[in-house]
Design a protein around this ligand. Structure first.
Ligand code: SAH
Length: 279
């Protein structure tokens, strides 16, 4: 009797029986910003596992027969803890299903996409990645604020204003250098501290800065101000998450380049250093 066991063939057979996880970026909200690949996968997957930041218009593109699993992930209010999401993805794929793991923006930009893929890789679950438009790019475009401009910013830095332990311990001297744009994700609750640190580390108090809430959606709101006035202006306008902060001279270009009217009820505020101008 031949007791030889063909391990590679067995692994290949297991792989073939296993489904696949597609880590897909949903973009910043407007469904028209989705990639064609993402739209096709949403229509034909077996199951879509999605976060709270995925826009409602994107969810409408999920096929009628496709199972949906909401795993939340608002700050401090995770409906399913990260380990639970990881286990779920492995289990669904091992059931032989085609799984879309749908995340806001781009899955590799402050999206824990890398962490989820590390688990899949360790478990031998096949996966693919479909990029999405990250909030910095989508939101700045719809707000009329170019992230770079030869007269104002030769580089652009994306940072998160919210670390795992709740603190906001950034490289302030590097972020406070001129001729760059700094984009801060998840920085709403720390906004007063972020603005104060940038000024304490050398940027002028009247340096342009903006916060965009619900960027690319009908409900988009933009507040333009200065580092000295931004936090108060944002509080006054009642902006709520998701909010993206853009700091740099490029913010001033919005006066010339704004192309999208904000919806009724959503105001655009241009606050100069003395807090007077409104558009
Ligand atoms: N992976 C995502 C980022 C997830 S972190 C991406 O690539 O865009 C979540 C943060 O992204 C939010 O706190 C907010 O700072 C930003 N964000 C995402 N969508 C946004 C939107 N439509 N408008 C403003 N900010 C947004």
């Amino acid at each position: 009797m031949n007791s030889f066991v063909d391990i590679p063939a067995m692994v290949a057979a297991c792989r073939a029986a296993c489904g696949k996880v597609y880590l897909v970026g949903a973009g910043p909200g407007d469904p028209d910003l989705l990639t064609l690949r993402a739209a096709r996968l949403l229509a034909h997957a077996d199951v879509v596992v999605y976060d709270h930041l995925v826009g409602p218009g994107v969810l409408e593109l999920i096929g009628a027969d496709v199972e949906r699993v909401y795993v939340g992930k608002e700050r401090s209010r995770h409906s399913v803890p990260q380990e639970g999401i990881n286990t779920m993805l492995v289990r669904l794929a091992r059931e032989g299903r085609s799984v879309v793991r749908l995340k806001g923006g781009d899955p590799f930009v402050f999206g824990r996409g890398g962490e989820e893929l590390q688990v899949l890789a360790a478990e031998g679950v096949p996966f693919e990645v479909v990029p999405g438009i990250t909030a910095a790019c989508g939101v700045s475009s719809y707000a009329g604020i170019p992230l770079t401009h030869r007269d104002h910013a030769q580089s652009c830095t994306f940072v998160t204003g919210h670390l795992k332990d709740g603190s906001c311990n950034l490289d302030w001297p590097a972020l406070a250098r001129p001729r760059q744009t700094v984009v801060i994700y998840m920085g709403l609750s720390g906004l007063p501290d972020i603005c104060a640190q940038l000024v304490a580390n050398g940027l002028p108090a009247d340096w342009p800065a903006a916060v965009v809430a619900n960027g690319t959606l009908e409900s988009q709101q933009v507040v333009c101000a200065t580092l000295a006035t931004l936090a108060a202006a944002v509080a006054r306008e009642g902006l709520a998450s998701p909010c993206l902060t853009i700091v740099g001279e490029v913010v001033k270009l919005r006066d010339e380049l704004v192309w999208r009217a904000e919806a009724d009820g959503a105001r655009t505020t241009a606050t100069t250093s003395n807090n007077t101008a409104q558009v």
